[in-house]
Design a protein around this ligand. Structure first.
Ligand code: NAP
Length: 217
């Protein structure tokens, strides 16, 4: 599959590398085509990997991943271009974390709205699926780093788009039984507000190698 990833941070590079290893053709997008992290990433991964702008990545992808800093995600997607997102599955991995007042970060959107919803409103023809924002990048691409079965969530308005994303999750090693579909994109509120707890857990444990498991009778 052709996958465009917007974001050259830990998530973009880690997820992108794993998707290339799985046989996908990935373009990693940045603000500038000259982004050194993206160029280096592509040169290490071979012919199925390339670096470009946000627009290049969006144009390339049948599926597009938003892995940009949450406070800048709408701007990054605008730079990618709404027409390049039309009709595409847009996997929103981002969290609207605002570190401008120091640590721990606060959420710039919450309670009655979410970044996932804001993106869906701004890009109504994109098929936004919130997924993987609750899990560290290394665990995203290798769920076995955490023992046992644990939970990954999806949320979005388009069931077919969610099926595409669940297919990618399965390729990354997530069992079908670990996926919880929370319904429409408004579920992104809870998925993003969970970050307040995620950050405290990370600070307590001193590692991001953990996840939650939802259990019920
Ligand atoms: N780190 C994790 O393990 C993890 C796990 C789950 C979810 N997340 C979420 O995933 C997203 C990516 O996280 P990350 O740690 O990989 O990277 P990050 O440092 O949060 O974001 C890096 C990306 O954001 C872009 N960016 C920053 N400021 C921008 C601006 N003003 N305008 C446009 N683009 C801008 C950068 O563009 P350039 O490439 O041009 O520099 C870069 O591609 C975040 O929303 C984060 O909360 C992270």
């Amino acid at each position: 599959m052709r996958i465009g990833i917007l974001g050259t941070g830990t998530v973009g590079r880690t997820l992108g590398a794993r998707l290339v290893q799985l046989g996908h053709e990935v373009v990693l997008g940045a603000r500038q085509a000259t982004n050194e992290a993206a160029r280096q990433w592509a040169s290490e991964l071979g012919e199925r990997a390339a670096a470009g702008t946000f627009a290049d990545a969006a144009a390339h992808g049948e599926v597009v991943v938003n892995a940009t800093a949450g406070v800048a995600s709408v701007a990054a997607l605008q730079a990618a271009g709404a027409d390049r997102l039309d009709g595409k599955v847009l996997v929103d991995v981002a969290n609207p974390l605002d570190s401008s007042a120091g640590m721990p970060p606060t959420l710039s959107i919450l309670n009655t709205d979410s970044l996932g919803e804001a993106i869906q409103r701004q890009f109504p023809a994109a098929r936004v699926v919130k997924a993987l924002n609750t899990i560290n990048a290394n665990v995203m691409v290798d769920p076995a780093r955490v023992p046992g079965e644990h939970t990954v969530f999806v949320a979005g308005n388009d069931p077919a788009a969610k099926s595409v994303v669940v297919g990618i999750l399965r390729e990354l090693g997530w069992p079908a039984s670990s996926v919880i579909d929370l319904g429409d994109i408004t579920a992104a509120r809870g998925l993003e507000m969970y970050l307040a707890l995620w950050i405290r857990l990370m600070l307590n444990f001193g590692t991001a190698d953990f996840n939650i498991k939802v259990v019920r009778p």
